[in-house]
Design a protein around this ligand. Structure first.
Ligand code: NAD
Ligand code: TYD
Length: 353
């Protein structure tokens, strides 16, 4: 029997993508899930070991920038829905070397849009191109206010500028070509399987290894943190019930100054490692600020909450405990994903700072 839907998930071997793949493969045995991922430093099949043998799942290694490859995937598997997560995702890397962000985040997205347009033209049945984006496209807030879906785009890092560009292109394909699209813009995610270059897993890694915790500037910058499982749940809802052509903000209503979050994480880690209170906090080290460091992100997610009934289910205390516990029970994962160019990259960054 043909699957009810055949969904292409791009970037499914990355942090958020692996949670979305796992959710869809387990929850929808009647769908076929095709995961396309280039397996950059940030993508790892270790993230999907528990579902890799499921009959409704297929992994195909490949680059979304490769036109012929993407056209072949959409045609060969008769894709009816795309959930597009593949991206270069780390702001610091985009500052050090922007071009890969332009290729993957902009050109890669347009390749997917073109392929969907080509293969879906004149066909019947429901189709959807769902583009996953970030709140960083809206720029930087002062101490007051929230990003709504109406906030004008004002990206300030090469990463956020490349994501903003891809969002505009997705919207342009809706208006110009009638491609059925949905976009969501989410705040900072945390949880298991996040590559240890982002704040929370990097600091867990460094605490375990008694390495300095590099706080950019004074640690006054504010982020709104959401447990990754709650983001995956929102993606499930929007894939099935989002209105075509619409944008939805997703956020945790959970703002933290970096320095306060770091101190909280240090205390959770002291508890888990059986260290004397205050031990991990002694590793906190102030380093040169990130160039163009956005001061504050805060999301107004009332649209998805009111219209579609989504809300976060994991509170921050519980989420941070679970996350710290997961990394400590999965040291082998940490060793595997950090065994490539990771240390070399970080050493180079520290020298430059
Ligand atoms: P990630 O860096 O962990 O994963 C990205 C994945 O994309 C990796 O598996 C990588 O191998 C793959 N990839 C990169 N370039 C590719 C290419 N050219 N072709 C095919 N695959 C490629 O990122 P993440 O944190 O899981 O983010 C996923 C998406 O969600 C991104 O689009 C990001 O902009 C967005 N987002 C992330 C956050 C966050 O807090 N992490 C918040 C909001 C939105
Ligand atoms: P990050 O996890 O890189 O996410 P983003 O920049 O996309 O929000 O960083 C979260 C915050 O933590 C951000 O304000 C930068 C800061 N930060 C540090 O202070 N030190 C670090 O080593 C890292 C990686 C981030």
């Amino acid at each position: 029997m043909a699957p009810e839907k055949t969904i292409l998930i791009t970037g499914g071997a990355g942090f958020i993508g692996s949670h979305v793949v796992r959710l869809f493969v387990n929850k929808y045995p009647e769908y076929r899930i095709i995961n396309v991922d280039k397996l950059t430093y940030a993508g790892n099949l270790e993230n999907l070991r528990d579902i890799e043998d499921k009959p409704n799942y297929l992994f195909v290694k490949g680059d979304i920038v490769d036109q012929a490859f993407i056209h072949d995937i959409l045609g060969r598997y008769a894709i009816t829905g795309v959930i597009h997560l593949a991206a270069e995702s780390h702001v610091d890397r985009s500052i050090a070397s922007p071009m890969e962000f332009i290729h993957t985040n902009i050109t890669g997205t347009v390749n997917l849009l073109n392929a969907a347009r080509h293969h879906w033209k004149g066909t019947s049945g429901e189709k959807l191109f769902y583009h996953i984006s970030t709140d960083e496209v809206y720029g930087s807030l002062g101490e007051q206010g929230y990003f709504t879906e109406q906030t004008a785009y004002d990206p300030r890092s090469p990463y956020s500028a490349s994501k903003a560009s891809s969002d505009h292109l997705v919207r342009a394909y809706f208006h110009t070509f009638g491609l059925p699209v949905v976009i969501s813009n989410c705040s900072n995610n945390y949880g298991p399987y996040q590559f240890p270059e982002k704040l929370i897993p990097l600091f867990i890694h460094n605490i375990v290894n008694n390495k300095p915790l590099p706080v950019y500037g004074k640690g006054e910058n504010v982020r709104d943190w959401l447990y990754v499982g709650d983001h995956a749940a929102a993606i499930d809802i929007l894939f099935h019930h989002g209105e075509k052509g619409e944008t939805y903000n997703i956020g945790g209503n959970n703002e933290w100054k970096n320095i306060d979050l770091i101190k909280k994480l240090c205390s959770v880690m002291d508890g888990k490692l059986g260290r004397k209170p205050g031990t991990s906090a002694r590793l906190i080290t102030s380093v040169k600020d990130r160039a163009g460091h956005d001061l504050r992100y805060a999301i107004d997610s009332s649209k998805i909450r009111k219209e579609l009934g989504w809300k976060p289910s994991v509170d921050f205390d519980k989420g941070l405990e679970m996350t710290a516990g997961w990394y400590l029970s999965n040291k082998e994962w940490m060793e595997k994903v950090t065994s490539g160019d990771y240390l070399k990259y970080y050493e180079e960054q520290y020298v430059k700072r």
